[in-house]
Design a protein around this ligand. Structure first.
Ligand SMILES: Nc1ncnc2c1ncn2[C@@H]1O[C@H](COP(=O)(O)OP(=O)(O)OP(=O)(O)O)[C@@H](O)[C@H]1O
Ligand SMILES: [Mg+2]
Length: 279
């Protein structure tokens, strides 16, 4: 498929963003209306939040959408120690004195890219507030240290992801941050779709892929009964890839699913038993 650019304005990607452009189509198997919903929000410049469990396709989706829309994608993995300066930029010393360096958020806003803040709840709330003026109708980013106000490029968009399962009182978004976003809910795909994804991503036949999906479903039934989350699509792909290296499927499941997902011997045993009935 050719990338489709749905923008009204012709967009020439600036050199600084060339490395952030996705040239080849990232394979994404849609489960519902998420592509149309994202495009609608995109056209209206409404910030989008992707919510769903780990390894269910959120990052792949945003990569696919950036490719589809012909827009560069600047990704930031959020973490506790991230500061506003890490997003916005800072003065750095060089041979001629100090020189301002735009952070990823400023670069995306100034030049026009989709800025994807992955796992936004990991960042401290006093860091995430820097996106407020960019995510309301002002679409500006004041750079206080530099005495400059960046007006966001027409193609600038902001997308964030988070996993509602990890939410806690300590780690949650401020109400005023949340309410700036629209949201698209993600979950593991249905069994046929998930088997198709595993088969395609790992290059295995559909019988192995379907068996692995059955393993995942059983592990997902253990959610809340010893497991915080069931096996993700990502884990199934890893197990499938190991089988391609000649590892027997039960052992591949142990290595890619059972051991990483829990340290509890009873839950491991339950999972191992669940795995063995799937083949
Ligand atoms: N719908 C899908 N279409 C194609 N591939 C998918 C899909 N869902 C999951 N995958 C595969 O699963 C892998 C994990 O997905 P991805 O990295 O997008 O998860 P995520 O939701 O961003 O997880 P995390 O919250 O841990 O970052 C991808 O690399 C891709 O191989
Ligand atoms: Mg991700």
């Amino acid at each position: 498929m050719q990338p489709r650019n749905n923008l009204d304005q012709a967009s020439v990607i600036p050199d600084a963003l060339k490395d952030f452009t996705i040239v080849e189509e990232p394979f994404y198997r849609a489960s519902g209306e998420e592509v149309a919903l994202f495009e609608a929000a995109y056209r209206m410049r409404i910030p989008v939040m992707l919510k769903g469990p780990t390894g269910c396709g959120k990052t792949r989706f945003v990569e696919h959408m950036a490719w589809r829309l012909g827009q560069p994608l600047v990704t930031v993995s959020c973490h506790e120690d991230m500061t506003a300066a890490d997003l916005v930029g800072r003065f750095l010393l060089d041979a001629d004195g100090t020189k301002w360096h735009d952070g990823p958020l400023t670069m995306a806003a100034r030049l026009g890219a989709i800025c994807y803040l992955d796992e936004i709840v990991e960042a401290r709330q006093d860091t995430t507030v820097v996106i407020h003026s960019l995510t309301d109708d002002r679409r500006i980013l004041p750079l206080e240290k530099k005495n400059e106000v960046v007006r966001a490029h027409p193609n600038f968009r902001i997308v964030v992801s988070y996993n509602p399962g990890y939410q806690s009182v300590l780690k949650d978004l401020k109400e005023s941050t949340k309410q700036r976003f629209s949201a698209i809910g993600f979950d593991y795909p249905d069994d046929l779709a998930e088997a198709e994804i595993v088969a395609k991503e790992a290059g295995v036949d559909s019988a192995i892929a379907s068996a692995l999906v059955r393993v995942a479903q059983r592990s997902r039934n253990l959610r809340g009964h010893g497991l915080d989350e069931g096996a993700s699509t990502r884990m199934l792909i890893h197990a499938a890839m190991l089988t391609r290296q000649g590892i027997p499927i039960a052992q591949a499941c142990r290595m890619a699913i059972v051991l990483p997902i829990t340290d509890d011997p009873d839950v491991r045993e339950a999972l191992t038993a669940a795995v063995s009935v799937c083949f």
